[in-house]
Design a protein around this ligand. Structure first.
Ligand SMILES: [Zn+2]
Length: 370
């Protein structure tokens, strides 16, 4: 029997998988390398490779390249699927065909498995994941080690469709993921990524939700504007306010004397301030630093202002002795110090911060900035 590629195309997946070693050998013999690539892509590269292994096909550890997708819906939930023959929940994705790019693999697999359409411009590469966490042992003894291009996809179109008899598919809240997971390593990478994004956003005031250190939760478009409009009350209340600025303690990080000056105008840069307002700002900075020292809260202050922030604010960060001892000097430690303070602040610490705030309010209002 002489089989052509055309004949194999007509076979069912089941029939293709059941080709014997002798049959596949005969099929391949007259083929050119381009035809072999075509054949492997018809059968599917991993299946094709195993068929070519003959007797040792289940003893051969296969190295595969593939792609997987974290598909995120508008509610921030991620799509997982489970197959009837495997009750574990995994990500959409699969093996690369010969000659395919990762981008094509992930778009093709998503279409095949979920019916969703994704454009290449909407693929965000999270990482290339390799190593022992990518090992898969199958019930029939097959062992596969994957190298996986992991993408995040937030924009897609089409209607989710799948054969509910062979497959289940569902969007999950990220804080309520199923226990029985197929790709925990990939999901962990995604979660680490969004945690980092949130931290970066928090640090520059770009996140949309904030829980202050007293436990009050605020949803906002612009935290700066909400403080100016009094929709948000900084812990301990406003320390000082004039026509152009508000001085308060940082609402997010419980550190004694960690102050933030917010512009009343919704601007990003110090260069957008008139020279009178710039002078006004420097007066507030000057007075704040003097008071922090007079009240013995700190001997050194670091000033931070990021134009990446949505709304102009300037931080006055008190470098206290315990910080230098624990973290060392330098602006690079400020994030670590903030993280540490958020995790470890006790009720007494917070009480102390509020007391200091009171003292600052009194001191600021005793004699005017000018
Ligand atoms: Zn604003």
């Amino acid at each position: 029997m002489k089989m052509k590629i055309e004949d194999i195309k007509k076979m069912s997946v089941e029939q293709q998988r059941n080709l014997t070693y002798d049959e596949i050998k005969k099929i391949i013999e007259p083929l050119t390398s381009d035809e072999i690539i075509e054949l492997s892509n018809i059968i599917g590269y991993p299946v094709f490779t195993r068929l070519c292994m003959g007797d040792i096909k289940h003893r051969f550890v296969l190295l595969q390249d593939g792609a997987a997708a974290i598909i995120v819906n508008k509610e921030g939930q991620i799509l997982l699927q489970s197959r009837a023959d495997n009750d574990k929940w995994g990500l959409p994705g699969g093996c690369q065909e010969l000659g395919e790019r990762f981008q094509d693999t992930v778009i093709r697999e998503i279409k095949e498995e979920t019916n969703l359409d994704v454009l290449e411009k909407d693929l965000e590469l999270i990482d290339i994941v390799s190593g022992s966490s990518r090992r898969n042992d199958y019930p029939n003894g097959d062992v596969v080690i994957n190298n996986t291009a992991l993408y995040c996809i937030r924009n897609y179109s089409g209607e989710l469709k799948f054969n509910s008899e062979s497959k289940n598919m569902k969007f999950f809240d990220i804080d309520n993921l199923p226990k029985n997971q197929n790709d925990p390593d990939l999901i962990e990478l995604y979660l680490q990524g969004i945690n980092k994004e949130n931290r970066d956003d928090e640090l520059v005031g770009n996140s949309r939700v904030m829980i202050d250190f007293l436990g009050n939760k605020y949803y906002y478009e612009c935290a700066g504007c909400d403080i100016v409009n009094k929709k948000m009350t900084p812990p301990g209340g406003i320390i000082y306010e004039d026509e152009s600025f508000i001085l308060a303690c940082d609402p997010d990080v419980p550190i004694e004397g960690f102050l933030v000056i917010t512009a009343k105008d919704h601007i990003k840069s110090i260069t957008e301030l008139s020279s009178e307002k710039q002078q006004d700002l420097m007066n507030i900075v000057n007075k704040s630093i003097n008071l922090l020292k007079e009240l013995d809260i700190t001997k050194e202050v670091t000033i931070l202002q990021e134009e990446r922030s949505r709304h102009f604010h300037m931080w006055l960060f008190p470098n206290q002795e315990w910080m230098v001892k624990k973290f060392g000097k330098g602006a690079s430690y400020i994030r670590d110090i903030c993280e540490y303070s958020k995790e470890s602040a006790t009720e007494e610490d917070i009480e102390q911060i509020l007391q200091t705030n009171k003292k600052l309010i009194e001191a600021f209002n005793q004699n005017d900035v000018d």
